[in-house]
Ligand binder design. Structure first.
Ligand SMILES: Cc1cc2nc3c(=O)[nH]c(=O)nc-3n(C[C@H](O)[C@H](O)[C@H](O)COP(=O)(O)OP(=O)(O)OC[C@H]3O[C@@H](n4cnc5c(N)ncnc54)[C@H](O)[C@@H]3O)c2cc1C
Length: 455
């Protein structure tokens, strides 16, 4: 195979195709810092036509192509070894709020979308914990947020998209136009098309959020309240219900629910909202934040981890979904295997957040059968950057995934461990054939997003 640097048939572009070593090295890395696969060239697109022309060019030469947003994958999912990657952040313009919608280029970050919508009193209904992720990067994985129980995934709140397929064709898709493509792009891991623009749904934003941090003596008690507030009779009390098991100074874990009530004007009635809950009232932490500061709450931790260097360490995270019927036994068993300081780090946590299954409609997001599920994630922030620790934790992830599956759970595929084609087929189950058909139709040469290794 001729390498890109040797070829003379580089397409005419509005932007630039760079063969520069530093650009290629940067494109080989991501937030996981575990998998590094270097592309031959990095596209800085000057237009959507550049994406189409470069995909055609890559396809014609038998090399792969991957879009890259903010590089916050954590297992090389945006890599294209010896292929071409596109820096989507070059296409990041955000349109004006138009009623309950906004049109944005896929390289825009969610913080940039909010900067446009909040002055108009609007917000995307679902936002990830971290706002510095790209719109395209989270739509292709789904995008879970604190309000997913009410509004689904970010990919469930997209009205239409402009995309470029694996053959370099520019198409628009929605629930009514090229619906098969729409369904294969949302939470479809970049397998059939690159998203260049999306129309996002908006809802009214409140001015403030009242945040409640509640602490529990054990897993069972915390799950009791998570069930009540996440799917039971208390489900309408809070906009966001998230759980976490956090390393405590004594080497154990603290069990915490993090609840948010959005409001404008008078503060909500704390007593009514917290009535009947089983947390330790003496430990409650209750604060009022602006809506944006609440959404942007990870920024403080990011600043701290950048300062102490841990932001740049390997991040062997695993993200899964567990069904309510198995969650207590499954998580209890996993906790008995966990050494919090070594396996999570002082600033890591095990996420355990309830989600109502019926709110999620993107067909490629695989969930357990239970009506109430939990995002069950190991957000590992190792205190060391040595490769051996990362390797040990990647191995641990494999074993955790196996046990999650045996308990009827599923994978949220932004996880850090390798999946081969047979495992992906198992993961998608009956959905696989339709996904494969979409791959055949829109990316028959298997050009796009090789980092997942699904097909
Ligand atoms: C600190 C942190 C917090 C996070 N919080 C959450 C959370 O709350 N909820 C959640 O669901 N996830 C969360 N994630 C995971 C995150 O959503 C995914 O890793 C996401 O894919 C990262 O987006 P990105 O812009 O960095 O994309 P990249 O890492 O650049 O790309 C991710 C994948 O998307 C593909 N891709 C990127 N842009 C496009 C495009 N325009 N068209 C087609 N394919 C594209 C890439 O090829 C790659 O396969 C978090 C990750 C981090 C590091």
């Amino acid at each position: 195979m001729e390498t890109a640097a040797q070829t003379t048939d580089v397409p005419q572009l509005d932007g630039e195709l760079s063969f520069d070593q530093a650009a290629r090295d940067a494109a080989a890395d991501d937030f996981g810092h575990i998998v590094h696969k270097t592309p031959e060239a990095v596209l800085t697109p000057g237009s959507v036509d550049d994406i189409a022309a470069t995909i055609k060019w890559a396809a014609g030469r038998g090399v792969t192509f991957a879009a890259q947003g903010q590089h916050h994958s954590n297992f090389g999912r945006g890599n294209a070894e010896n292929g071409v990657v596109a820096d989507m952040t070059a296409l990041r313009s955000v349109g004006e709020v138009d009623g309950d919608t906004i049109s944005v280029e896929a390289g825009a970050k969610w913080s940039e979308v909010l900067a446009k919508t909040l002055p108009a009193g609007k917000t995307p209904p679902v936002l990830t914990e971290y706002l510095e992720l790209s719109v395209g990067g989270t739509i292709v994985v789904g995008g879970v947020g604190g309000t997913t129980s009410a509004y689904g995934l970010q990919s469930d709140n997209v009205l239409d998209m402009d995309v470029v397929t694996g053959e370099g064709h520019r198409l628009t898709c929605s629930a009514t136009e090229n619906a098969d493509l729409f369904d294969a792009v949302r939470a479809g891991f970049g397998q059939v098309a690159v998203i260049t623009r999306a129309t996002l749904k908006l809802i009214d934003a409140t001015e403030s959020a009242r945040r409640y941090l509640l602490f529990y003596p054990d897993l069972a008690t915390m799950l009791g309240d998570a069930r009540l507030l996440g799917g039971g009779s208390g489900a309408d009390r809070f906009e966001a219900v998230q759980g976490a098991l956090m390393p405590s100074p004594d080497g154990g874990l603290a069990f915490r629910l993090d609840l948010a009530k959005y409001f404008t004007g008078d503060e909500p009635d704390d007593d009514a909202l917290l009535a009947g809950l089983s947390d330790d009232p003496a430990k409650r932490q209750i604060t009022t934040l602006t809506y944006f500061d609440y959404l942007n709450r990870l920024a403080m931790l990011e600043g701290l981890l950048r300062k102490n260097g841990q932001w740049f360490h390997p991040h062997p995270w695993i993200t899964t979904f567990a069904g309510d019927s198995h969650v207590e036994a499954l998580v209890g068993d996993e906790l008995s295997r966990l050494n919090p300081p070594a396996d999570l780090g002082q600033f890591g946590q095990v996420v355990l957040s309830p989600l109502r299954r019926d709110a999620i409609t993107s067909p490629l997001l695989m969930l357990p059968a239970d009506g109430l599920c939990y995002a069950f994630n190991y957000v590992r922030v190792p205190t060391t950057d040595d490769a051996e620790t990362a390797e040990r934790l990647v191995e641990a992830n494999k074993a955790i995934y196996q046990r999650v599956r045996e308990a009827g759970g599923t994978l949220y595929p932004v996880s850090a461990f390798p999946m081969d084609k047979a495992k992906w087929r198992e993961h998608f189950g009956d959905t696989f054939d339709g996904f494969e058909e979409a791959k055949r139709r829109y990316d028959p040469g298997h050009v796009l997003t090789p980092g997942y290794d699904i097909f």
